[in-house]
Ligand binder design. Structure first.
Ligand code: SF4
Ligand code: SF4
Length: 228
């Protein structure tokens, strides 16, 4: 799940300066779970904008806002989207980008949230960063605990000298990631993996923007810049 946080109201109002009417998009998956872009937050945003003299022409809560086909469906036949001066998206950056790709080029698409990280959902409302999406996964060696992500120093080859009673010296409230890795590998009878030397991340798989195409498409989906 992508974890998001709300931007300050002032920043959103600044970004909407000059827009008299706005249509809102939420996201009924990640942002809804984060309490940043579900039905309640859409209603709160509508109230905030209207208090500040901005008309809300309507709102939409797609199941998955980063999925182009859902957004194309939302746009079909909905004059209240086309008539808005701007679109405000309460979803992660991928959701904002998807709405911006489908919207008319002349319509500003504004993010209402900041995107933070990819999380494991331990239970409702408890999100733990579990993967930094490096493209060079080492979890096979580390018992499913990512040292690149869960060790604040990102150490790939065992603990630093600061472990105190099994706890991390940087985030003293959490156990050292490498102590957890050691304990899990010990349980699995795979402690030999602690001696394996892992090279530094090359970041070659992390060159942005990353793309994956599972099949070829006959037409280009992403809009090309218009010729002036
Ligand atoms: S090594 Fe860590 S950051 Fe990289 S893919 Fe695996 S879990 Fe994600
Ligand atoms: S104590 Fe452990 S988790 Fe904390 S920085 Fe050192 S190696 Fe990483």
């Amino acid at each position: 799940m992508i974890i998001t946080k709300k931007k300050a109201a002032k920043d959103i109002l600044d970004a909407l300066k000059g827009s008299k009417s706005v249509f809102l998009f939420g996201c009924d998956t990640c942002a809804e779970q984060c309490s940043t872009g579900g039905k309640k937050e859409l209603d709160e945003m509508k109230a905030l904008l209207e208090e500040n003299g901005i008309k809300v022409t309507g709102s939409s809560l797609p199941e998955v806002t980063c999925y182009r086909q859902y957004i194309v469906k939302e746009f079909k036949g909905r004059g209240e989207i086309a008539s808005a001066d701007a679109l405000l998206v309460l979803a992660c950056g991928a959701g904002v980008r998807t709405v911006a790709d489908v919207a008319p080029e002349a319509t500003p698409v504004i993010p209402a949230l900041d995107s933070l990280y990819l999380a494991t959902v331990e239970r409702f409302g408890r999100f733990l960063e579990g993967c930094a999406m490096c493209g060079e996964c080492v979890l096979a060696d580390t018992g499913g605990i990512c040292p690149h992500t869960e060790c604040p120093k990102g150490l790939l080859n065992g603990p630093c000298g600061g472990v105190a009673d099994g706890m991390c010296e940087v985030d003293t409230a959490q156990p050292c990631a490498w102590v957890r890795i050691y304990n899990r590998l010990k349980e699995q009878g795979r402690l030999h993996l602690m001696k394996k030397v892992r090279p530094p991340k090359s970041h070659a798989n992390n060159v942005k923007p990353r793309k994956t195409f599972l099949r070829s498409y006959e037409r280009e989906i992403v809009k090309k810049p218009e010729k002036k």
